[in-house]
Design a protein around this ligand. Sequence first.
Ligand code: PGA
Length: 253
Amino acid sequence: MRKQIAAANWKMNLTVQQAETLVTDIIAAGVELKPNQEAVFGVPFPYITSVQKKLSGKKNMNIAAQNCYSKVCGAYTGEVSAEMLKSIGVPYVIIGHSERREYFKESNAELAEKVIICFEFGLKPIFCCGEDLAIREQGTQNDFVETQLKESLFHLTPQQMTGFVIAYEPIWAIGTGKTASSAQAQEIHAHIRSVLATQFGQDVADSISILYGGSVKAGNAKEIFGQPDVDGGLVGGASLVATDFATIISSLK
Ligand code: PGA
């Protein structure tokens, strides 16, 4: 069975003290992760090391960075490279979150470079895709997401795509309290998997974890994660509340 993942995306929130308390409280909640399940904490860069220490020795709990730059190294003031993240033991990096696409103008082409740089330095991307409200209202979300996948991932090999992680996050559901229904999530996740199967083969597509993101809460996680093509979630707001995120982790298949 492919990996089921509850990934927290803290975004630009919390002080280091609040961050440490949050992780301590989530661990204290005592959620047991099965071998096919993983909890991932997408924390701001300055907290990676301290949160990593808290997670050390905890089975199937890992860190993610929220971004990395598309160049290897050099004169790019303020940026963080994949190699830096690898050198401090970070396994995952969120790539192409819709907030990066919108506020920092990250294009599909730039994200294609970022994904390659992640592989070069042995980081696992959590690649985000998803449409805005206008596209959903036109009913063209499947084509839109397919283009995002084509332009940012189709240069990868089937081997690189094996065990890959994708987060489908409809922009209209992020931070709005409005989730996709479990049927809407299943429909587009199945479409994403079929697009991946056509390009990379069914076995590879079946190995890829496709997470749903957008107003996942303690109260709706179980139903959404229960869909056959939904392999967990990427969670913003609710990942900042220890009891809520603990419930979300325990909602994984
Ligand atoms: P949300 O954010 O859970 O607060 O909607 C999800 C995300 O942006 O990853």
